[in-house]
Write a protein that binds this ligand. Structure first.
Ligand SMILES: *[C@@H]1O[C@H](CO)[C@@H](O)[C@H](O)[C@H]1NC(C)=O
Length: 305
């Protein structure tokens, strides 16, 4: 890597750490911690065990959305809307998953993850390595994650499962990079948060468009260490920051993306069922949960040109 790229990576890393530390108390210490290995299984186990304990109607919602081929975050975190909905005063029910920084798996250094196999073929060995029985929910989650990661990208899509922060940055650089790669990660932040995950939210201000000629979305996948499914589509997207007020007093600065062309998407994509539309007919938008990252280029400022 050239000096410029290394420097850029360092800046990005700093941004990411700042971003992570402002949303997630204690994440930074864990990210930087050299003391890796012992604790993360505990964190992750509690994270895993909470997979199923949400309230009933959310669950019903999730069941209707279980066949997700290409947008592979937790189904319950997927909330779709159309570009026409994106205006102040609009009210819609949205599910934001519970944030549990203390139980989220943390990144392992790339040197470590490169020595651990990451494929369905190796699942039996991986279950041994992480001490899970083959019929445990954790085994099922690992199997699903590996399968998602092995699914071929759709037409016009580039995807990668990043098993370390370094490999995530490499992927993002590969997509957004150019002569002077400068990019940043944005994510949804909960400014005021009640305990209700699923509620009606009203768009409080005119949504702010984030200028981005290209973007990379990275979604967390359940695994013993941090794994992000990152992908980028050639078709046109629009990125927005939307200030939402919940009926329970919640306040969220949510990141949303609108996909302008959905003609290549699988007909079974949950968004079509939720919105009652056909592929390729209207732009489909969705909010991101707080632990996802959306990478966008930093627009050059006049002084840099
Ligand atoms: C949102 O509001 C509508 C209309 O008042 C209501 O029927 C619905 O149950 C609410 N949804 C949630 C998630 O609270």
């Amino acid at each position: 890597m050239g000096v410029a790229v290394r420097q850029a990576s360092r800046i990005i890393l700093l941004h990411l750490l700042l971003l992570v530390s402002s949303h997630c108390h204690g994440c930074w210490a864990r990210l930087l911690s050299e003391n890796r290995g012992e604790k993360f299984m505990d964190h992750r186990l509690s994270g895993f065990s909470k997979i199923d304990d949400d309230d009933g109607h959310v669950h019903a919602h999730a069941n209707g959305m279980s066949h997700m081929d290409h947008l592979l975050m937790d189904p319950r975190s997927m909330i779709f809307f159309t570009l026409d909905d994106l205006k102040p005063g609009k009210t819609m029910p949205i599910y934001f998953p519970k944030r549990e920084p203390s139980s989220s798996p943390h990144f392992l250094p790339r040197e470590d993850t490169e020595s651990i196999p990451f494929s369905s073929r190796d699942l039996p060995h991986l279950l041994d390595l992480f001490s899970f029985s083959s019929d445990s929910p954790q085994a099922k989650a690992m199997e699903d994650t590996l399968k998602h990661c092995e699914t071929k990208p759709i037409e016009g899509e580039t995807k990668s499962c990043a098993t370390s922060l370094e490999s995530m940055l490499d992927f993002v650089h590969g997509i957004l990079g150019g002569k002077s790669p400068r990019f940043r990660a944005i994510s949804t932040s909960h400014l005021i948060e009640s305990s209700t995950r699923f509620q009606n939210y009203t768009i409080l201000e005119a949504p702010r468009g984030v200028p981005a000629s290209k973007m990379v979305a990275c979604h967390t996948l359940p695994y013993p260490y941090a794994v992000f499914y990152c992908h980028s589509q050639e078709s046109e997207n629009k990125v927005f920051e939307v200030v939402l007020g919940g009926e329970n007093g919640d306040r969220v600065k949510a990141v949303a993306v609108c996909h302008l062309d959905t003609s290549q998407w699988n007909r079974d994509h949950p968004s079509f069922r939720v919105l009652g539309v056909e592929p390729g007919t209207v732009p489909v938008c969705h909010f991101f949960p707080a632990d996802n990252l959306v990478w966008v280029p930093i627009a050059p400022t006049p002084s840099m040109m």
